[in-house]
Design a protein around this ligand. Structure first.
Ligand code: IMP
Length: 424
C-alpha cells in the first residue's frame, strides 16, 4: 500500500514509534506530519533503546525521513538528537525537513512555561517545549520558518521583528527577562549552518515517491484525543494529530492516502490534566504504571492509566477513518484475573451513549459503564502470532474488533521490535 497513516487513537503514548519502526522496514519514506519535540517515541532494537522526540523513527532503518510542513522544529533538540544518533553510528543523512515547518524559538519555550505557571490550577499540563506558542505565532503569521534558516540576513531580520513584540509581552505580561537579539541571532545562525543541508521540498519529495509507487508512511505524533479541533479541548496539543492532517501536514492530497492504522494501547493512559472517564483507581493505576513503565518519554511525568475506553476508540475510528488497529501492550494486562472495558458513557441526564459526547461539559461529567471480561493471567512471551494468544486474550482482541467494526492487525506483547504479533 503506497501511503499509510499511523495515528494515535487515544491520548498519545500508544506505542506508535514501535509500530512505525516495524512498518518502516517495508517502506521507502517515513514522514512526521505535525507536532514537535513534545512527542516521545521509544524504540528498542536488538536490546538497544532509542528515544526520539523529533526525528521520525524511520531514521533507524536508514529510510528517507521527513519532517513535514505541519511540524514545529526546535533546532537545538533536533541537533542533539542527530548528534546522539551519529554517536551511536546511525547516520541522520536521510533526514529531510520541510522549509515550511515553523521554528520553535526561545520565547516560545519561555511563554509556554510562564503561561502554564500563570494558569495555576487551571493549567493544561503542557510539555513546556514551546509547542502552543509556536503554533499560535504560525497562525498569527508571526512565525519564523525553517526556510528562513537558509539566509542569515533574513533570519536575523525576522528574529529582530519578532523580538520587538515578544520582549514586550515577556517583560510586561510574563515578568520574564527579555531576549537579546545578538544572543538569539548568533545561536540560531549556528543551528542554521548545521541544518541547511537537510532542508528540502518535502511535499514534492513525497509526491514523487508516491508517483514512483514507493511506499510512504505518514506518522502522527500525540493522539486523536489531543487533536486541537476534535480532542478534549482545552486539554489538547496545538496541532492536529488526526489522519486528515497527514495530507495538509505533508502537502499531498487526501485522495493519496490508502490506509489508516490506528494505534491503541490495550488499556489507556493520559498525561497532563483533563477529564478521563475510564481512569483506574490509584492502587491499580500504580500497578499498571509500573508494569507498563508508564512515565513520559519527554517529561518523565507519571502517566494516568485507565481501562480500555471503547467509546473514545469508536470516536477515533470515526475521526481518522481507521482501516485497521494495532493494539499495543497487551502483555501488561496479563497481570490481572479480570479486566474491565468501558463500553458506554452514562451522561448527567441518566441516558447512556455509545458515542463520544460532542460537548465538553457532557464529557467532563460522563460516567463509564464498564463490562468485566476474564483475564488470561499468563505471559504472552511464547506467542508467535495472533492465533497463539490464550483464549481470553483472543476474546479480548475480538471484542475490540466487534465493538469498533475494524480488524486488529497487530498486537504488541512487549517492548522489543520483534514483540509484535500479526495474523498467522
Ligand atoms: P503540548 O503539546 O506540550 O502543548 O501539551 C498539550 C497537552 O498534550 C498536554 O496534556 C501534554 O501532556 C499532551 N501531550 C503532548 N505531547 C504528548 C505526547 O507525545 N504524548 C502524550 N501526551 C502529549
Amino acid at each position: 500500500m503506497p501511503a499509510t497513516v499511523i495515528v494515535g487513537a487515544q491520548w498519545g503514548d500508544e506505542g506508535k514509534g514501535k509500530i512505525v519502526d516495524l512498518l518502516a522496514q517495508q517502506c521507502d519514506v517515513v514522514c512526521r506530519y505535525q507536532g514537535g519535540p513534545n512527542a516521545g517515541h521509544t524504540v528498542i532494537v536488538d536490546g538497544e533503546t532509542f528515544k526520539f522526540r523529533h526525528l521520525p523513527s524511520g531514521i533507524l532503518s536508514g529510510k528517507v525521513s521527513v519532517l513535514g510542513a505541519g511540524c514545529v522544529v526546535d533546532p537545538e533538540v533536533l541537533l542533539d538528537e542527530i548528534d546522539g544518533l551519529e554517536e551511536r553510528g546511525i547516520s541522520a543523512e536521510p533526514l529531510r525537513i520541510s522549509g515550511n515547518a515553523h521554528l520553535i524559538m526561545p520565547w516560545h519555550i519561555a511563554i509556554d512555561g510562564a503561561g502554564e505557571k500563570r494558569l495555576g490550577k487551571l493549567q493544561i499540563g503542557t510539555t513546556r517545549r514551546g509547542i502552543g506558542p509556536a503554533y499560535a505565532d504560525k497562525a498569527a503569521r508571526l512565525g519564523i520558518r525553517v526556510q528562513d534558516l537558509l539566509d542569515a540576513k533574513i533570519l536575523r531580520q525576522k528574529i529582530e521583528t519578532a523580538l520587538q513584540e515578544k520582549n514586550i509581552w515577556l517583560e510586561r505580561v510574563y515578568e520574564h527577562e527579555p531576549f537579546e537579539l545578538e544572543d538569539v541571532a548568533s545561536r540560531y545562525e549556528g543551528f542554521a549552518q548545521r541544518l541547511r543541508p537537510f532542508v528540502a521540498d518535502t511535499s514534492l519529495l513525497v509526491d514523487e515517491a508516491l508517483r514512483d509507487d514507493r511506499s510512504v508512511l505518514l506518522e502522527g505524533a500525540q493522539g486523536t484525543l489531543l487533536d486541537l479541533d476534535h480532542g478534549t479541548y482545552p486539554f489538547v496539543t496545538s496541532s492536529n494529530p488526526i489522519a486528515g492532517a497527514a495530507a495538509t501536514g505533508i502537502g499531498i492530497g487526501p485522495t493519496r492516502i490508502d490506509r489508516v492504522i490506528g494505534v491503541s494501547k490495550a488499556y489507556v493512559t493520559r498525561v497532563g490534566a483533563g477529564p478521563f472517564p475510564s481512569e483506574m483507581e490509584p492502587d491499580l493505576a500504580a500497578q499498571v504504571r509500573e508494569l507498563g513503565q508508564e512515565y513520559g518519554t519527554v517529561t518523565g511525568r507519571d502517566r494516568r492509566p485507565g481501562w480500555l475506553d471503547l467509546v473514545a476508540l469508536r470516536y477515533a475510528v470515526r475521526l481518522n477513518g481507521i482501516t485497521s488497529l494495532a493494539l499495543t501492550k497487551l502483555d501488561v494486562l496479563s497481570a490481572f484475573d479480570e479486566l474491565r472495558v468501558c463500553v458506554r458513557y452514562r451522561l448527567p441526564d441518566g441516558t447512556e451513549t455509545d458515542d463520544f459526547p460532542a460537548h465538553q461539559s457532557d464529557f467532563h461529567r460522563a460516567e463509564p459503564v464498564f463490562e468485566t471480561l476474564p483475564g488470561w493471567a499468563e505471559p504472552l512471551d511464547d506467542c508467535a502470532n495472533l492465533d497463539d494468544l490464550p483464549d481470553a486474550a483472543r476474546s479480548y482482541v475480538e471484542r475490540v474488533e466487534q465493538e469498533l467494526g475494524v480488524p486488529v492487525e497487530l498486537v504488541g506483547t512487549g517492548a522489543a521490535r520483534e514483540q509484535v504479533l500479526a495474523r498467522s
